[in-house]
Design a protein around this ligand. Structure first.
Ligand code: NDP
Ligand code: OXD
Length: 305
């Protein structure tokens, strides 16, 4: 069995880790001209890589989002497998709870007051006034929903198919998006980027949130119509935004988001790919597929996620 690793940077630790986990396999960092492989481990590979792999049984993406792969022409016979949590959901739960509580408890205001040497109390706010709506109730969204519910915020969720999650008011399908949005004040985006979800965070949807709405976008930059955000913040329609992902990454130095006082930015790190966990998951799935068994996390190219 031959496994090829095609990553934009530092493939060596992945090659070594996979080789250790699968000693019977031949694991190689991809180079043009190499013999074709049976399995590939990739992040945003070029089309030339796919074209050089006529007999791939499966392509393992070292992330949860497969939007970059969906831009390529991949033979129907090659299964595309995304990371299935692999340590990301707990990171997303931390990130969202931090951003939510920082906003709700006004810790950003306390930080500014403290820096100015001022001892000033803020009035307590009611959790009931801060319903949190989560777009996408998949592997990551469900974990985030449960974590937020632990802090006793009202939690809503929206997905394609209907879910039942304790403590979460669940909505499904496009027809229920409006009801979900009007019930939400803090909006968390954990959707995959597909034709159906591109631009879903826009003037219309963000204006539908409850007064003082707050956006946490941790999925993809392409979900947000960037030009719509600053007018909503400046008019007071939205109270703020925490953004981890952007249409262009790294975010260009001149981008107005950097300097906006109501925007907090992190560099696409809300949930990092953890190498040890990911290698263990991928090696386990390669072993299962080689035995003819089914694995979780297989992408449906029709749906795009
Ligand atoms: P999943 O595929 O497990 O979950 C996706 C969820 O979105 C599902 O609940 C799905 O509904 C729902 N959904 C998809 N399309 C639609 C639609 N058109 N209308 C309504 N609901 C829809 O993905 P993950 O939870 O693992 O990951 C989500 C995304 O998070 C990734 O695609 C990636 O873009 C992003 N991500 C970002 C990271 C970062 O560091 N910033 C790190 C990791 C992931 P249903 O359940 O019915 O299928
Ligand atoms: C992912 C990411 O999709 O890191 O896993 O963005």
């Amino acid at each position: 069995m031959r496994i090829t690793v095609c990553l934009p940077e530092k493939p060596e630790p992945w090659v070594q880790g996979l080789q250790q986990a699968l000693p019977e396999a031949e694991v190689l960092a991809w180079e043009p001209g190499q013999p074709a492989a049976d399995y590939a481990v990739v992040w945003a590979p070029p089309q030339s890589f796919i074209d050089a792999q006529p007999r791939l049984q499966a392509l393992f993406n070292i992330g949860a989002g497969v939007d970059a792969l969906m831009q390529l022409s991949i033979p129907a016979s090659t299964r595309i497998v995304r990371l299935d949590d692999a340590g990301m959901s707990v990171q997303m739960a931390e990130y969202v709870c931090h951003a939510l509580i920082r906003h709700f408890r006004e810790f950003d205001v306390y930080e500014a007051e403290a820096r100015a040497g001022r001892w000033v109390y803020r009035k307590p706010r009611e959790r009931a006034d801060f319903p949190v709506g989560i777009l996408g109730l998949g592997v990551l969204g469900e974990r985030v929903a449960k974590a937020v519910a632990q802090f006793e915020f009202p939690v809503l969720g929206w997905s394609r198919s209907r879910k039942e999650i304790e403590g979460v008011r669940a909505y499904a399908g496009e027809a229920r998006l409006g009801d979900f949005l009007v019930g939400t004040r803090v909006l968390v985006n954990l959707l995959p980027l597909t034709d159906a979800t591109r631009g879903i965070l826009n003037k219309t949807t963000l204006s539908a949130l409850q007064p003082g709405g707050y956006l946490i976008n941790i999925a993809r930059g392409g979900h947000l119509v960037e030009d719509d955000l600053i007018p909503l913040l400046d008019s007071g329609k939205l109270a703020g935004a925490t953004l981890d992902v952007f249409e262009t990454e790294p975010l260009p130095a001149a981008h107005p988001f950097w300097q906006h006082p109501k925007i907090s930015i992190t560099p696409h790190g809300s949930a990092r790919t953890l190498r040890r966990e990911s290698i263990a998951q991928i090696a386990g799935k390669i072993t299962a597929l080689a035995r003819g068994e089914a694995v979780a996390g297989v992408v449906d190219p029709e749906r795009g996620y």
